[in-house]
Ligand binder design. Sequence first.
Ligand code: SAM
Length: 182
Amino acid sequence: MEGEPEVVVLRLGHRPGRDERMTTHVGLTARALGADRLLLEDAASGRKETVTDITDRFGGPFDVEVTDEPLGVLRSWEGTVVHLTMYGLPVQDVEDDIRAAHREDPLLVVVGAEKVPFEVYDRADFNVGVTNQPHSEIAGLAVFLDRLFEGRELDREWTDADKRVIPQEEGKRVVDPNDDAE
Ligand code: SAM
């Protein structure tokens, strides 16, 4: 988020066909809940446009990039690496240490699709479980980001949006943020 070291989500292991919607939702969740950037591997490059389109309409800043070397990104990351995995240490036990690390350095958050290479467990500074039960990368990422930012991401301001949703008790209201009449 603005004024803080970058938080980047790396989506590993996209299976074409099967993971299209999950990968899109990893991106949308990363964007909505305070991450700055999404890294997709080549196999998932088709998802870039969908996430970028949402950013164009609903605001940013949020970047999506495709890399043909996702493990290279991990190996050369200059900062802290968090790997979300059901086998990791409970998020509630390590979140303070991760926040302390993030005050100093950029954070790479790795989420898998199916099986993640052991190298990721080895390279990660923190292998983090959101419970030690199997569930989904989208749910794990959402809880992790909310813990990381301690809820501040919910009040984030969005820039360069074409649309802004005005919260309603009932119904839907969407305005153009550039329109003074709002
Ligand atoms: N047994 C698989 C594994 O961890 O290798 C589970 C794959 S799961 C369908 C896909 C991704 O969801 C995992 O790579 C991990 O990033 C995330 N995930 C699933 N359960 C999680 C949990 N309890 N805590 C954190 N992340 C989780």
